[in-house]
Design a binder for this molecule. Structure first.
Ligand code: MSP
Length: 641
């Protein structure tokens, strides 16, 4: 008999480590949630999992951002890292290790590898002359450019000419191609792999991997040369082996490293394959098992950017929709690897159709019927089965099988689709078997028992399968089913089979798991919020308002009105008439002689037959109206700026 090799069930999954120059956005949340889904799924499948994320804290980008806000780079990092660390639990992300590149354990690994490669002759000193994009922290050679802008992000690039250490990447070009050929799944998806292969075939050049301290101080020191710091990407990529225990815990490293899967965005795939694989080859370390590049989110069809003001803040999403709904939408909406479009309307639609209608209804109907017909006790099914029962059971087992295949391929949205086909089928089973009719007849108790058992059992299986995607909601359904075991510790192998649900378990009806989002109510709320929003004007708009100091030289009440005074305002060269609604607060005598502020270029209007040529300024609260006057005397007609 084949012996099961325990060590095969090891899974190491990583997210990119995020720059600390900015707060988290949907892109960071997306990769990290996807990694969490995979980590939870693998634990469910009985794997020993190591899941890491972290922050990338060195480099010019961080140094410049810190300078702008008058902080040291480390002070900035210490602040921003909390925004990431605090976000992950809110998104139900449960990692095993969070690495910061400023930690000693990491600095040591970076310096060790640098020294090792230098001694080996794979790192040498030379001079770098070329271009650099600070936002992308990327070196560009003349031949890679068509303009003086970064080919990746389109922003301005800078010219660099300085002494630099180089990594002999060119030496590994053929070895790299051979490796990829031999390990066809090491770069995914396939189209991206092909892009990388043609990039490599175009020629891999040696890579500048240090900056002089004259141009950048914020980095890890080259261990044997005090004038240089190590290039931020060279430093950052090594985080993956630091976490796995490289040079500090060999047993851990040997256990986890061979199973490493890096999830990254498509924009940073080249770093994670060409540079990273060759660095590892030079250091005598096997490349990771797989690098998977996911696509990018546009927001309502547009590129996400700060200048457009459309950056999706994950904190706000959790607050508005809850973590699991946000997770479900991002994992379900596009196939992992493709670009996607984020919009709140789409998210609301999915919530209402997939979650509230399909799954939510299945939960509430099942629990309600067990409560009503069997006094909350999950009934015992009878042996005799009908076609619908057999179909349902068969589909359940097929769903589990397919789910496993899709999850193992990182086809996260297809896995969800498969679960939803089963959810819809289960709802259909209710309609086909019509338990509410059987419930009226005493003679149908046995049939009803079987149907409700089958429903509860299907729901139990569904709950296990959705758990990696929506751990919090799964927990709630689990509890309503009366199940007390810890979902976190459940293993598919032990629990995901038909018939494991114990009859007589008492269900616990609870709150609605997925409330419908009322689109109309939401729109009204949105409008109200808009009204309360501070509307800003530009300086140019403000400049159009001409304010002047005027002296009240005559004042009289306007007969037949309670609030109006007719005022004559001297502006030096001219005198204007203004009708002002201040009589309840100022009598004609009070106001006479005051130097006040008026809007000089307001269009005249007729009030009570009198042309009012401007307006007074006053501070207003609930009780009072107080005229704005000048602090010291000044000539009439002076401008207010
Ligand atoms: N520090 C590097 C990674 C080093 S890993 C050794 C970095 N950091 S980052 O903070 O800029 O993170 C970028 C991650 O967010 C990338 O994986 C990128 O693809 C992802 N996204 C940024 N905008 C995105 C979208 N609009 N949509 C999806 N992901 C996007 O790069």
């Amino acid at each position: 008999m084949e012996k099961k090799n325990k060590s095969e069930k090891i899974f190491y999954i990583t997210t990119p480590i995020y720059y600390v120059n900015d707060v988290p956005h949907i892109g960071h949340a997306y990769t990290t949630m996807a990694a969490d889904v995979m980590a939870r799924y693998k634990r469910l499948s009985g794997y020993d999992v190591l899941f890491s994320t972290g922050t990338d804290e060195h480099g010019q980008k961080i140094a410049r951002s810190a300078e702008k806000v008058n902080l040291t780079p480390l002070e900035l990092a210490d602040k921003v890292v909390l925004k990431f660390k605090n976000l992950w639990p809110l998104l139900n992300v449960k990692y095993d290790d969070f690495i910061r590149t400023t930690e000693q354990r990491h600095i040591k690994v970076v310096q060790d590898i640098f020294e090792k490669l230098f001694k080996k002759g794979d790192i040498y000193k030379g001079e770098y002359e070329g271009w650099y994009c600070v936002p992308c922290e990327t070196f560009w050679t003349e031949t890679q450019l068509t303009d003086k802008v970064c080919p990746t992000c389109g922003r301005k690039i800078e010219r660099i000419k300085e002494e630099s250490y180089f990594f002999k990447m060119s030496k590994y070009q053929n070895q790299l191609l051979a490796y990829i050929k031999k390990h066809p799944h090491c770069i995914q998806p396939e189209v991206r792999k092909n892009e990388i292969i043609s990039f490599i075939k175009n020629g891999v050049k040696d890579q500048s991997i240090t900056r002089t301290k004259k141009s950048l101080k914020w980095g890890i020191d080259v261990p044997f040369d005090n004038n240089h710091v190590i290039y931020v990407w060279y430093d950052a990529l090594l985080n993956y082996i630091t976490v796995a225990g490289y040079n500090t815990d060999n047993e851990k490293f040997e256990k986890y490293w061979p199973s490493a899967v890096h999830l990254v965005g498509k924009d940073i795939l080249r770093f994670h394959t060409v540079i990273w694989f060759t660095m590892l080859m030079a250091a005598g370390i096997e490349p990771p098992r797989m690098v998977f590049a996911h696509g990018w989110w546009t927001i309502e069809g547009e590129k996400m950017s700060k200048s457009k003001g459309n950056v999706v803040d994950p904190y706000e999403m959790v607050e508005e929709f809850g973590a699991d709904v946000f997770r479900y939408f991002l994992m379900r909406e596009v196939s992992f690897g493709q670009d996607g479009n984020f919009s709140k309307d789409l998210l609301i639609q999915r919530t209402n159709y997939d979650l509230a209608n399909d799954l939510g209804n299945l939960v509430s109907r099942t629990i309600a019927m067990i409560s009503q017909y069997f006094n909350k006790k999950i009934p015992r099914p009878v042996e005799r089965k009908e076609k619908h029962d057999v179909d349902l059971k068969e589909l359940a087992l097929n769903t589990i099988k397919e789910y496993n295949i899709h999850m193992d391929n990182l086809s996260l949205n297809t896995a969800l689709e498969t679960i939803w086909q089963f959810i819809r089928r289960t709802n259909k089973y209710i309609d086909q078997t019509e338990p509410w009719i059987l419930g009226r007849e005493k003679t149908q108790q046995e049939r009803l028992s079987t149907i409700l058992y089958n429903l509860a059992e299907s729901l139990r299986l569904i709950t296990i399968l959705i758990y990696p995607f929506m751990p919090e909601k799964a927990e709630e359904i689990w509890k309503q089913l009366g199940l007390e075991s810890d979902l976190d510790k459940i293993k598919l192998e032990k629990e995901a089979y038909w018939g494991n649900l114990q009859p007589d378990t008492l269900v616990k009806p609870g709150k609605v798991i997925f409330p419908r989002i009322d689109v109309k109510k939401k729109a009204t709320k949105k409008n109200e919020e808009k009204e309360n929003e501070l509307e800003t004007i530009s300086y140019d708009e403000f400049k159009k308002i001409d304010l002047r100091v005027g002296k009240v030289v005559a004042a009289a009440p306007i007969r037949g009105t309670e609030k109006l005074l007719k005022l004559k305002i001297s502006l030096g060269k001219e005198t204007r008439t203004i009708v002002a609604g201040v009589k309840e607060h100022y009598s004609a005598e009070d106001i006479l002689g005051k130097k006040i502020i008026i809007v000089y270029n307001l269009q005249p209007i007729k009030i009570r037959g009198i042309e009012s040529q401007g307006m007074l300024l006053a501070a207003v609260d609930n009780h009072d109206v107080i005229l704005l006057t000048v602090d010291k005397d000044i000539i009439e007609g002076s401008k207010v700026q």
